[in-house]
Design a protein. Sequence first.
Length: 339
Amino acid sequence: MKPTDFAYHLTTYLSKYLPGVTGASHNTICSYRDTFSLLLRFCSEVKAMKVEKITLETLQKPLIDEFMTWIETGRGCSISTRNQRLAAIHAFFRYVQLEEPGCLFLCQQILAIPMKRSASKSIHYLTLEAIKTILKAPDTTRFIGRRDIVLLSLMYDTGARVQEIADLTVADARLNSPPTIKITGKGNKSRLVPLMTPTAKLLDQYISEHDLQSVACGSYPLFQNRSRRKLTRAGIAYILDKYVEEARRVHPELIPKVVSPHTFRHSKAMHLLQSGVNLIYIRDLLGHVSIKTTEVYARVDSMMKRMALENAYQATSPEELPVWQQNRDLLKWLQDLGR
């Protein structure tokens, strides 16, 4: 059976173009693959179409619109997930319009499908006292506890994404003065993040205890599970949840209901901002492409807004109002007026 143009272009896009031309990360490729797996499932189960007969011409704008609605209503996904799936479809059809100029109009129709607006979510972050309480929870007399305190300290100190922490290797850590760690983020882009002295000492002790100093161990995962494999995102979230629960039992007033690994990232950004660190440096630390992404923290921080307003405040109103209650005659007249 001859493959369709859609099958050919999708295979080439996922297996050659994304990894070889754009240098997309493994996670990005998997996300795009999952999007088209869902699209094929929708065409098969909901639209009763044969997957092997789907062509580019089959994927008209109305069909993609129905698919977007199905993601929200049929699967109960959030608007952000719906937009993520649409972004993957947009990226594919940008590729197709270059490979198949005859499909240019079809591609432009699909590219014209807008992202759906949603209410912006509030950023949840922890106070410095809450962070300290969580970091005190691991039992450092135990082997696992010592690994976990290094893991959580590094998560907060670097403000890294959970996948970036999971992907760290021993070679990424440079503990000579000044200590730094190389973090590889979205799009396989790397950045050097300075480590504070306490965290660097913890990491040095951890590497020594696990005998990871040799060159041969450079490619080993920095944080491993019991099977000597690298920790997954779910594994890191499980570790964090365990210590969050312990911290909540000690200081329930400090720990909110939901604390995720990304909360540590938000917390680091907010604490740096509150300490007066320039947004440019915070952007570089977090690995944001645009300063606009980092500016969300400045919009959230009500304490800094209040401080800025108080510093710029010029008194224009009288400091106090006249005490009219002292006028007994007026007070008596008002009371008699209502009788």
